[in-house]
Design a protein around this ligand. Structure first.
Ligand code: BES
Ligand code: MG
Ligand code: ZN
Length: 341
């Protein structure tokens, strides 16, 4: 029906608009706690097939998420690990699709502090968390027949007397140690623990989104989200979804070449920055891969598509909420494929 297609379009647009709104919001208003509460409220209004856990610092400590905690402790703002469940599947106990999103509500860079000019844009460094949570809210509104879990480590990257210092060593949930040579490469630290935790759910696939590197902006600009994946199947369907929505993705490499540059640390198993500056988006992806054992995983680097000037004519200037609609379309495809098989 034409009116069904219209209604679907309205819901997709509302999903992206929620992500835009959350990304644009000032960091003094949108804290880890208020982000989690906003998502809880929006998700609950979709129906009763949802569950929300707002995990406090004590829970994060119990999980031994040492990499996430090391970033969070540099700020006076309390961290939150947000876990949302949408149980839309008609098959009981069906494996979920797990979405993971970087939730840095403000990225000052920490002790490796960023230049003052343009730092305000780092209020949108929770764009990964905003897009994956908005996509799940939209999937729930559409009543898609599949299970989705959303995970968002939420904190600020700030500098106080307890902040990470270059050369510090921290330990992630899976026991791997990390030498933090640059405190501004914090996204990969919080995602390391969230990716470890994602494996607890026997996921069908794990897809993470993160405003991870300035380097992906240099590589692709705002034309497309960079996708790093170990799965041709996942790549094919993410790409197909992006062709439908027009919010494009482009595949990037996960060569051992890059892994070698983050595994040669003096003090730990891994270093949080590459040995060389070149290929920064690729060394960041190689770092994340060290925390993944599932066979269908994709990392979406959305730093290049974070904001819009005038490149995308149907989006206003400001934070873009990309690629929320592509994530929804991918989930919609997966739910149909499940129905058939
Ligand atoms: N949040 C930034 C990446 C970013 C930059 C997002 C510009 C959006 C626009 C991330 O935490 C960061 O600071 N990355 C560093 C990594 C470097 C220290 C290896 C970067 O890209 O410079
Ligand atoms: Mg940073
Ligand atoms: Zn960041």
């Amino acid at each position: 029906l034409e009116s069904d297609a219209w209604q679907k379009g309205v819901l997709y647009a509302e999903g992206q608009n929620l992500a835009r709104h959350l990304m644009e919001a000032p960091a003094n208003y949108l804290t880890p706690t208020s982000f989690a509460e906003a998502i809880q409220q929006a998700l609950h209004s979709t129906g009763d097939k949802v569950k929300v856990h707002i995990r406090p610092k004590s829970w994060i400590e119990k999980q031994q998420m040492g990499a996430f905690l090391s970033v969070a402790k540099g700020s006076d703002e309390e961290p939150v690990f947000l876990e949302i469940h949408y149980n839309g599947s008609t098959i009981s106990g069906e494996s979920p699709l797990v979405f993971v999103g970087k939730g840095i509500t403000f990225d000052s860079g920490g002790i490796s502090i960023k230049p003052a000019s343009g730092m305000d844009a780092m209020r949108a460094d929770m764009g990964g968390a905003a897009t994956i949570c908005s996509a799940i809210i939209t999937a729930a509104s559409l009543k898609l027949p599949l299970n989705i879990i959303g995970l968002a480590p939420l904190c600020e990257n700030m500098l106080n007397g307890r902040a990470n210092k270059p050369g510090d060593v921290v330990k992630a949930m899976n026991g791997k140690t990390i030498q933090v040579d640059n405190t501004d490469a914090e996204g990969r630290l919080i995602l390391a623990d969230a990716l470890c935790y994602a494996h607890n759910f026997n996921p069908k696939a794990v897809v993470n989104a993160a405003t991870l590197t300035g380097a992906i902006d240099v590589a692709l600009g705002s034309a497309a989200t960079g996708v790093f994946t170990n799965s041709d199947w996942l790549w094919g369907h993410l790409r197909q979804a992006s062709v439908v929505t027009g919010d494009r993705v482009w595949r990037m490499p996960l060569f051992q070449h890059y892994t070698r540059q983050i595994t040669e640390s003096q003090l730990a198993d891994l270093n949080n920055i590459g040995k060389y500056r070149s290929g920064g988006a690729c060394t960041a992806a190689a770092f994340l891969r060290e925390f993944v054992t599932v066979s269908h995983w994709a990392h979406l680097d959305i730093a290049g598509v974070m904001s819009n000037k005038d490149e995308v004519p149907y989006l206003r200037k400001g934070m873009a909420g990309r690629p929320t609609r592509t994530l929804v379309e991918f989930a919609a495809y997966l739910s149909q494929e499940r129905q058939k098989s």
